[in-house]
Design a protein around this ligand. Structure first.
Ligand code: SF4
Ligand code: SF3
Length: 514
């Protein structure tokens, strides 16, 4: 059958090869092709224009729209494409459309690895920009990376820019960390309820904390509750958000269970970023998008005017007419272990390591997904010896954050730093431990990595970890389809990246630092 589209940017690419008729994520061919056009046009902007703040921000927002499960709205993509065409300067360069236009599979693989890393960085840069923090050096890198991904036929040159993307990813996550903590305070240890109250609720998903803050402010006198979903869970850890008594709790799990959980929620749902999945009839008339998220036929809350707030009144008014959420579970999740909080506990952590009470930290950060192979991550978490501590960030945590309980001398066995971008916090913690324990090589610390990935932010985080010198990472549940055998070989040789095997073998290997 003739291919209608080609996309292999996420872990759920069809047959771990590529989606060619429609996306496993629900992306239609028309949407995929619009995204290809948009990407081509962004590359032409990078080739034909000098970088500036306005163009940098436009590129960041446009790339964010093409991240997996962020935007399925063809009209919004078409509008963005038209703006991109208007912004493009004069150039004699003619670029073909689409990934497969590059015939050499290794060059294609390197170009796409770079492009996906930059998409992830762009999403984090946009989150920081929303909070007033922008860095021209990051935007300048977008130009360089897009130019290189567009035209370079040179594997060494592409590899060099891919490694630079890791450095820029660290810089961008640091910028976002300072934007988040500067605006909302440093995350604190917090127990978050997973049950429900008896008032109507609004469910907020995605990663945009400012959207949540403005919604909390606008709804504080309306006798309704606000719940977080998936990657919004860490909002509860921030002082400037947890101070609202009607921020009730967290509802449901990671993104891929949303169709069942949104149906049961009964009230309005706000998707602030990825990950939205095909909208079901049961909640079609009460789901909204905002920011770079979008979905055809679903109301979109407009951007804020400079200095103003978004207007969430339509969602709040709808909530008042809805029944309270149906109870899915009843318990608590403890989190808030970002770098400031963990470093405040540094003495406790160091003495637990020195006494042998903590034998090893296992970083199990990243994304969750629907493939049954991801049961591996629950199994690993559950079967890790009792003297290990799991460091996590991102929606991967839902595989085990209600499963693994208990503590080691008061230090919880699962330390949740926050959203996927808060992997930065995990790196800061590791670098601090390196200093405290006075080891030469960060890989000599008792830390293992068992990372799960799904979308392109995870690619940016992976490149960031490689830049920071971490080696010997496990990456699963499958290695990316966009890595050609040769490019995968380069990563394996240079960084000891490996796929996952079975739970018991991987645990045994990790416990001896392999
Ligand atoms: Fe397929 Fe993933 Fe691309 Fe969606 S984002 S079309 S699931 S590869
Ligand atoms: Fe999750 Fe989509 Fe990646 Fe932010 S919400 S980690 S998958």
């Amino acid at each position: 059958m003739e291919e209608k589209m080609f996309c292999f940017q996420c872990q759920e690419a069809c047959k771990n090869s590529g989606c060619t008729l429609a996306g496993m994520c629900g992306k239609k061919a028309e949407t995929a092709n619009l995204m290809d056009e948009l990407l081509r046009q962004l590359k032409l902007i990078a080739i034909s224009r000098e970088p500036d703040m306005e163009l940098g921000r436009f590129i960041a927002r446009s790339l964010f729209m093409t991240v997996t499960n962020a935007n399925f709205d063809n009209a919004a993509l078409d509008k963005q494409l038209k703006q991109a065409i208007a912004m493009t300067g004069n150039t004699a360069v003619e670029l073909p459309v689409g990934i497969l236009a590059c015939q050499n599979e290794d060059i294609r693989s390197l170009r796409e690895l770079l492009t996906y890393g930059v998409k992830g960085i762009a999403a984090y840069a946009e989150h920081a920009a929303v909070l007033g923090k922008e860095d021209m050096a990051i935007y300048r890198f977008f130009f360089k990376a897009l130019q290189t991904a567009a035209v370079s036929e040179n594997a060494d040159e592409l590899l060099a820019v891919i490694l630079e993307a890791g450095e820029v990813a660290v810089k961008t996550m640091a910028l976002l960390d300072s934007a988040n903590t500067g605006t909302f305070g440093n995350p604190q240890i917090t127990a978050v309820k997973t049950g429900v109250g008896n008032r109507p609720g609004i469910l907020v998903s995605g990663h945009d904390l400012l959207d949540l803050k403005e919604l909390l402010e606008q709804s504080k006198d309306d006798n309704i509750d606000i719940y977080t979903h998936s990657e919004m869970l860490p909002a509860h850890y921030y002082p400037e958000l947890k101070k609202y008594p009607h921020l009730y709790g967290n509802y449901g799990n990671a993104w891929h269970l949303q169709s069942r959980e949104f149906a049961a929620f009964n009230g309005p749902i706000l998707m602030t970023t990825n990950c939205i999945t095909p909208v079901q009839e049961s909640y079609r008339n009460r789901i909204f998008t905002t920011g770079m998220a979008g979905y055809t036929g679903i109301p979109h809350i407009a951007d804020r005017e400079k200095g103003g707030m978004k207007d969430f009144s339509a969602i709040i008014e709808l909530a008042k007419k809805c029944p309270p959420p149906e109870k899915l579970e009843d318990g608590t999740i403890v989190g808030g272990f970002a770098h400031a909080q963990v470093l405040a506990l540094a003495d406790q952590v160091v003495s637990a390591v020195k006494s042998g009470a903590i034998k090893r930290f296992v970083v199990m950060a990243g994304c969750d997904g629907r493939q049954k192979e991801r049961q591996y991550y629950s199994d690993v978490a559950e079967n890790l010896p009792a003297d290990t501590v799991i460091l996590t960030a991102g929606c991967a945590k839902y595989r085990y954050n209600k499963l693994v309980t208990g503590d080691i001398n008061g230090i919880p066995r699962v330390l949740d730093a926050g959203q996927c971008n808060d992997c930065y916090s995990l790196a800061v913690i590791a670098l601090k431990l390196k200093e405290i324990f006075n080891v030469q090589d960060i890989n000599d610390l008792p830390i293992s990595f068992d990372i799960s990935w799904y979308e392109q932010k995870a690619v940016a985080v992976l490149l960031a970890l490689l830049h920071l010198g971490f080696k010997n990472l496990r990456l699963g549940p499958t290695l990316p389809a966009f890595l050609s055998p040769n490019v995968a070989g380069i990563l394996v040789n240079a960084f000891d990246i490996k796929g996952i095997s079975d739970c018991q073998s991987d645990i045994a290997a990790m416990m001896v630092g392999k």
